[in-house]
Write a protein that binds this ligand. Structure first.
Ligand code: ATP
Ligand code: MG
Length: 457
């Protein structure tokens, strides 16, 4: 206890000092106190250090704290092997085959502990024909562990005991200057792992910091390397983007870097049709806002939004060919899901919810008799209604429909009875009412713009 206290007091010199190749940034410079580290991460570093090992909070958490953001989770890096870590903590288990990590549990919190690893030197590295690294799981020391990380801001080690930051790649200065910079030669680093290009876009959008010019420059010419990345990892990364809370900014950046087309089927879907794009961007904006308010978001809802205009187009074709609307919807949903499964690897577990949300959309047109009451009782009503509002905001359907349902849900029985439409006024009637709006192109754009502004408010 006293030793720890003295260590902390003596580390409070105002200037960074150099030890070997590391800059050591004292608390008096960076200002991140130990109290900002999660309970679990502190227990892990304390426990490992008490057992004689080095242990630091590392990666995204240190970066986020320096940028005054709330870290998603706290990872720890150590010179202890996974087996040694496991021996220190009773509630822990070793996971992973390729990278063996240890998960240590403290109540709800799970701390991921990784042993320092090194990048494999070029001569003995296993790479594929395009230079992609297939194996980088050799243990190493702290300096080597910093060098194998992607960005300078992600390679900082924070010691909760001394409150010092160890920095081998000027990550502290870059973070202070709000710059995201890749460690080493960008060409080599992107070739080793092309996903770093997407991480560059996602992290700079999410953190609101600038991508360093030399880090950004080669992306346009190297983007085809993403073709060789396994599909599941791509989906993983794209999902991280879409659920980052900054998806709209990510998509804009991808556009700017010309990374959006031809390589990510999930994103191609977004940009396929102009109406679809507007709808999807509104859905993503809505997702970002929900995340900002710490509300839950559902991947199934997002997938349903991404594919909606494809479902709609297929449905329209089938109806024109004479199929009945409800049957045509089932055929369209199955056809679109089957087609997209091949491209996107959307997990099957989302199918049922996506279909429910889509099917509810047809039922919103039915506003007579008992049908609206039955719809309100549907377990997915809320998701379906949120989806309907996005359709209104993107001008696919008349706003009046969304307003009607908004009022009907909360109205008392007398008001509901007044609101109900006479039998026979279903989808066809709604369509008739919408027609005149669709004619003048400029008019449609104005309404769409107004809808976007309404969502912006
Ligand atoms: P987030 O806030 O999204 O979690 P993060 O930087 O913590 O961002 P993770 O995927 O959790 O991202 O990765 C943890 C750390 O592992 C990173 O900070 C980085 O140091 C390292 N890392 C992750 N992916 C790569 C990669 N592709 N190449 C090199 N290092 C990586
Ligand atoms: Mg992380």
């Amino acid at each position: 206890m006293i030793k720890k206290f003295l260590k902390r007091v003596f580390s409070r010199s105002a200037k960074a000092k150099k030890v070997g190749n590391a800059q050591i940034i004292p608390f008096s410079l960076h200002g991140v106190p130990r109290e900002q580290i999660s309970y679990g991460a502190k227990r892990v570093t304390d426990g490992l250090q008490a057992a004689g090992f080095k242990a630091y909070v590392v990666g995204g958490a240190v970066r986020d704290l320096l940028l005054n953001k709330k870290p998603k989770d706290f990872d720890v890096a150590t010179d202890a092997t996974p087996e040694e870590v496991k021996r220190v903590f009773r509630r822990s288990r070793i996971i992973g085959r390729r990278f063996r990590l240890v998960h240590v549990m403290f109540g709800e919190e799970l701390v991921e502990v990784s042993t320092f690893r090194r990048m494999i030197e070029t001569e003995d590295a296993q790479t594929d024909d395009h230079g992609r690294l297939l194996r980088d799981n050799e243990f190493g020391d702290q300096e080597q562990d910093a060098a194998r990380r992607d960005f300078t801001a992600n390679a900082l080690f924070y010691d909760p005991t001394t409150q010092e930051i160890f920095d081998y790649h000027s990550g502290y200065k870059d973070t202070r200057d709000q710059i995201l910079r890749i460690i080493g030669d960008p060409l080599v680093r992107y070739r080793e792992d092309p996903v770093r290009m997407l991480r560059a876009v996602r992290l700079s959008a999410k953190l609101g910091i600038k991508l360093d010019a030399a880090t950004a420059a080669p992306i346009a010419q190297m983007k085809s390397l993403l073709d060789n990345v396994p599909e599941a990892r791509m989906l993983d990364e794209v999902l991280k983007m879409l659920l980052s809370g900054h998806s709209v900014e990510c998509i804009k950046q991808l556009h700017k870097m010309e990374l959006h087309h031809g390589l990510l089927p999930l994103l191609d879907v977004i940009f396929e049709q102009p109406m679809g794009e507007k709808f999807v961007m509104l859905a993503l904006k809505n997702t970002d806002e929900r995340l900002a308010q710490e509300k839950p978001v559902s991947p199934a809802f997002m997938f349903a939004a991404l594919l909606w205009h494809e479902v709609l187009a297929t449905w329209n074709t089938l109806v024109k060919q004479g199929e009945r609307p409800v049957g045509a919807m089932h055929t369209a949903m199955d056809a679109v899901l089957a087609r997209q499964k091949k491209k996107l690897a959307i997990p099957h577990r989302h199918d049922a919810v996506m279909k429910e949300i889509w099917l509810l959309q047809q039922r919103f047109d039915q506003r007579s008799g008992q049908r609206p009451y039955r719809l309100l009782e549907q377990p997915r009503f809320r998701a379906g209604f949120d989806f309907l509002l996005l359709r209104c905001a993107s001008n696919e359907v008349d706003n009046e429909l969304g307003l009607w349902w908004d009022e009907f849900q909360d109205a008392n029985e007398t008001r509901r009875q007044e609101m109900l439409q006479p039998e026979g006024m279903g989808a066809a009637a709604t369509k008739r009412r919408r027609k005149p709006r669709k004619k003048p192109m400029a008019g449609v754009q104005a309404v769409a713009q107004a809808a976007v502004e309404r969502v912006d408010e």
